[in-house]
Design a protein around this ligand. Sequence first.
Ligand code: NAI
Length: 395
Amino acid sequence: MVIKPKVRGFVCVTAHPAGCAAHVAEQIAHVRAGGPIKDGPKKALIIGASTGYGLASRVAAAFGSGAATAGVFFERPSEEGRPATPGWYNTIAFTKAAREAGLYARNFNGDAFSDAMKQEVVAALKADLGQIDLVVYSLASPRRQHPRTGAVHKSVLKPVGVPYTNKTVDTDKGIVSEITIGPATDAEIADTTAVMGGEDWELWMDALEQAGVLAPGATSVAYSYIGPEVTWPIYKNGTIGLAKNDLERAARRIDARLKAHGYGRAFISVNKALVTQASSAIPVVPLYISILYKIMKAKGTHEDCIEQMRRLFATQMYNGNPLNFDDGGRVRLDDWEMRPDIQAEVVKIWPQVTTENLAALTNITGYRTEFLKLFGFGLPGIDYEAEIEPHLAML
Ligand code: NAI
């Protein structure tokens, strides 16, 4: 079939297999160009491995330090007349490249929140790899069925306490408008924490530890975001921010547990705001990202997921470097984003943006390009008019 982008609001319902493969190849090339990461991970489990920061972590581990990788993700295969989701194609491309390079790569497509998935992965790790030295927790999900209670929790992106009014952009139509989001109920706050908080990360670490598959000195990392004040009501101080506080709580607990055995470490890395399937669903944030991209590209400091993850591995986690923590005990990969000169420009541009000047004052075109790239569109060297086989088997 000929596959074209079909954008519906903040999602694209199609994905291009060759384009996704080219996107993965770009990420691999970036990591290879950066050279080997000394003392990097050797055997890694990545939970949320098929897109965004998780995929970039997997690429950095495999192609930066030759790690064997196991990846867990939740992607939909192709159906009659319908391509698969991008993470499906990304993973096939990654796995082919890893195996061609002589690296172990095994994939688990299903619900990471379930006990069944944890048991399946633990058994496979035990059989294939013995012990792993890195666990990356990079899930972003709108829902979680709790493995013990069976309750289905749905996350919401809302402010807490008071309504929030600010500008937002319809990235597809290019229309800037004002949006008011009512505060979350207590139940919505609890549900969002159940989905995006740290409990599931702890359950994964419990399962891995109990099975004896964590190597001495093992590292575990999960990702968070803080961002500028303009987004705090919807992010840092909103439902998702409270869930991230819980993720930080889990990091401290996991870290203490690993250290109680005399080894290991767990921490949070605060990453840069980037276009991913998860971030495009947050109100207000895509407008901020469009402004941020304009400023950071002009200053030559723009990074995408793969640049961020290679930097995390090469300058913080490995290569003989110690982790550099902020006052809250977090690693800050958002340091360039949060530089005062960059944020001062955001504050200057923000109030001026309208539908009419959106293209001039922001990098909305860059946002759209990056968004389509997530689905394998707009990659150089791909003939998007050509027939392509959408039905690819998972490897
Ligand atoms: P993403 O949407 O690109 O990736 C999410 C991953 O989770 C995918 O691999 C998906 O298959 C997997 N997943 C979702 N539900 C699952 C389930 N039930 N079982 C198994 N796998 C499942 O998201 P992104 O943006 O890479 O987010 C990853 C982490 O990074 C999140 O914690 C997010 O808050 C954080 N982060 C994102 C930033 C951004 O600007 N995008 C900035 C800073 C942190």
